[in-house]
Design a protein around this ligand. Structure first.
Ligand code: FUB
Length: 442
């Protein structure tokens, strides 16, 4: 591994304290194209990495030099295991290609097979697909000396079927392809087949999963200006598939891509995907996750992306209420006054509300609730409800300006216990009442 990858790896380890997840899942680096997998009862996420492009580097505005891997068992704290493959580690890849796009990882007979696209040195395609193997999901990975013959494209995804046969799906030139893998998991049988009967429009990033004997072939699809997540189903891993429609709406706020994976963990289905939360730049993306549900005919129910994300939030840290489950009459914007990534609730009008689901009140004694607030008007009142029961009312006065933050607190006189949904309701007379950064129970 070259010095750059070593330093990157070291930096990642140094900053890899577990992060608290709402959406986006991590904020210490840019992560895109998340493929989530369950190995040994732990949920691993294998995303790609976006970095700021230097002049003349990368392609299509993306600079993607390497891969990290993340894991969680509570879907709330995410451990960054650090760098697993850098472009300089790939013998057949361009060392300055910055084109390490969407990867995947599967396990077979105790070996973890990591599939990744990279721009080849021999210029035999836009991307070729490499394989790396490890005995643990977090590596260390050994990269194969050459790319997979016959696979010419991006976004590899692998399904191992119940009968042990494995299939690789990938994109190339707007179309999607499938090929069966040989037992070595590193080469394909015969020629890849184009997936037929999908609707027109650019398609990439396919992700196949199987549920109750049905094959769900899911893919980002640009029909009208940016990518929605869509799906088709079939009875055979190589098709034919019948188009079923959209899972997640396209972004309409300046990001063209979305890229997802779908899996079940501890009896709940999830969709992992990306957005440009931290950067507001479509080439610097952040991975997210939300719960996913199926209808009684096996159809995937449409998913609205949330800021709340997944997992149960504990009360030992401030609760980022700006990552809400639902809201009315307020906005969310980047915080202006801080050194770490964060957001605030602002433009809060009278009778606005915000809900934040699944908070675990697991301490013995809660004495107060604290809010970090600012207000440039007369302020207002925050009514705190837990599962619809009114717990406290907190008066917020003018703090000096919208950018002057103060902590206000109110005693709690009730016993709080168990997992509850928070609702804050805002009352007052001004057009805009206050901004809130976070709240905390102590
Ligand atoms: O991340 C680079 C490319 O953008 C991926 O390979 C596509 O799926 C899209 O997310």
């Amino acid at each position: 591994m070259k010095i750059r990858s070593f330093i990157l790896g070291l930096l990642t380890v140094l900053i890899s304290l577990p992060t608290i997840a709402q959406n986006p899942l991590v904020t210490h680096m840019y992560t895109a194209d998340p493929t989530a997998r369950v190995f040994n009862d732990t949920l691993y996420v294998f995303p790609s990495t976006d970095i700021v492009c230097e002049e003349g580097k990368g392609e299509n505005g993306f600079c993607m030099p390497s891969y990290n891997v993340f894991s969680s068992t509570d879907l709330t704290t995410w451990k960054d295991h650090g760098l697993i493959i850098d472009q300089t580690d790939v013998p057949w890849g361009r060392k300055d290609g910055f084109g390490m796009w969407a990867p995947d990882c599967v396990e077979k007979d105790g070996t973890y097979y990591y599939y990744y696209p990279a721009p080849p040195l021999d210029k035999s395609g836009f991307r070729r697909v490499g394989v790396a193997t490890a005995s643990k999901p977090e590596g260390p990975y050994t990269v194969e000396k050459d790319y997979m013959k016959g696979v010419n494209g991006i976004d590899p995804n692998v399904l191992i079927d119940d009968d042990g046969r494995a299939y690789i799906y990938y994109g190339g030139g707007k179309e999607l392809f499938v090929a069966e893998l040989n037992d070595d998991m590193k080469s394909i049988k015969g020629k890849p087949q184009k997936i037929e009967k999908l609707p027109d429009g650019y398609k990439e990033g396919s992700f196949m999963f199987k549920k109750n004997g049905l094959y769900y072939f899911t893919f980002p699809h640009d029909q009208s200006g940016s990518e929605e997540i869509a799906y088709a189903t079939g009875k055979n891993p190589m098709g034919p598939f019948e188009y079923q429609g959209m899972i997640m709406e396209r972004w309409k706020d300046g990001i063209w891509t979305n890229h997802h994976s779908i899996l079940e963990y501890k009896k709940q289905w999830y969709i992992f995907y990306h957005h440009h939360d931290i950067s507001n730049d479509q080439h610097l993306r952040s991975m997210r996750a939300d719960s996913l549900f199926f209808g009684n005919k096996g159809q995937i129910l449409k998913k609205k992306a949330t800021l709340r994300g997944i997992g149960i939030t504990n009360t030992n840290k401030p609760i980022q209420i700006d990552r809400f489950s639902t809201s009315k009459n307020l906005k969310v914007n980047r915080l202006k006054d801080k050194t770490v990534v964060g957001w605030q609730l602002d433009y809060i009008k009278p009778n606005a509300y915000v809900t934040y689901n699944s908070v675990n009140f697991n301490s013995k004694n809660y004495k107060k609730v604290i809010y970090r607030v600012s207000s440039g008007t007369k302020g207002g009142t925050i009514k705190l409800y837990l599962d619809n029961e009114l717990i406290t009312e907190t008066k917020v006065a003018n703090t000096g300006s919208w950018d002057t933050w103060k902590k206000v607190e109110t005693p709690i006189n009730k016993k709080l216990k168990g997992i509850k949904n928070i609702k804050l309701v805002f009352e007052g007379e001004s057009d805009y009442l206050m901004n809130i950064d976070w709240l905390k129970f102590e």
